[in-house]
Ligand binder design. Structure first.
Ligand SMILES: Cc1cc2nc3c(=O)[nH]c(=O)nc-3n(C[C@H](O)[C@H](O)[C@H](O)COP(=O)(O)O)c2cc1C
Length: 206
């Protein structure tokens, strides 16, 4: 730890400020080199059973966006050989959004087998949330996006994924151009129960 911890109130404010701002609503400027480094460093504080480092990020800079767009178009054709040129163009266009774009990759396999794909993916999720919260603290909007293209041959080839690696999602970060109204949040009672011996899991009351 290199400084004072944020107060619980400050932490709650940060958690509440994080929301998905989709890539089409993110513009320049994005994080500069030092800010991007800080985002990636935040990811490195994720819990990681066995210290396997089972996830990684790949930055997709502007000069690589055309290649990504081409992979998106090819991914569409893998799913639908009849996709129109207009649909292919729409797929390509998605690669141009957001000033900072990262692909999150999780290594699902390998030793030790008891730390399975679910645990590895959970660690990746923690790394992603750290990164999103750090981006929020920097004043940027952010989003995770997935989609069928992630599992496509075209995308796997472009990123050189190993057989036991899975493209989990994209991370977009940038300046918020427009925002949707804040969404409601679930209450703890909606996702929490209490184990009571002899009575199973009983409801939690807020
Ligand atoms: C792994 C992952 C992939 C996601 N992919 C998409 C996506 O493809 N499109 C999308 O609109 N939102 C995507 N989301 C964002 C969720 O829709 C969003 O987090 C959810 O609606 C809650 O909104 P919030 O982030 O503002 O709390 C993804 C979230 C996760 C965790």
């Amino acid at each position: 730890m290199t400084g004072p911890l944020p107060s619980p109130v400050a932490l709650a404010a940060l958690l509440q400020a994080r929301e998905t701002v989709l890539p089409k609503r993110l513009g320049a400027p994005g994080p500069d080199a030092a800010q991007l480094q800080a985002l990636l460093a935040a990811a490195g504080h994720a819990p990681d059973h066995g210290r396997l480092l089972p996830w990684r990020f790949v930055l997709v800079p502007q000069k690589a966006r055309a290649a990504l767009g081409e992979a998106f178009a090819r991914a569409l054709l893998e799913r639908d050989a009849q996709a129109t040129p207009e649909q292919q163009a729409q797929a390509r266009e998605k690669a141009a959004r957001a000033p900072v774009l990262l692909l999150a990759v999780v290594r699902e396999g390998g030793d030790p087998a008891e730390i399975d794909a679910r645990e590895r993916t959970a660690s990746a999720g923690c790394a992603l949330q750290n990164l999103l919260l750090a981006a929020t603290a920097q004043g940027f909007g952010s989003a995770l996006t997935s989609g069928k293209a992630l599992q496509s041959h075209a995308l796997r080839t472009l990123f050189g994924l190993a057989a036991d690696e899975r493209a989990l999602c994209f991370v977009s970060v940038g300046t918020v151009l427009s925002r949707k109204p804040a969404r409601g949040r679930p209450r703890p009672a909606q996702y929490t129960g209490i184990l009571v011996p002899g009575q199973g899991v009983q409801p939690w009351t807020d």
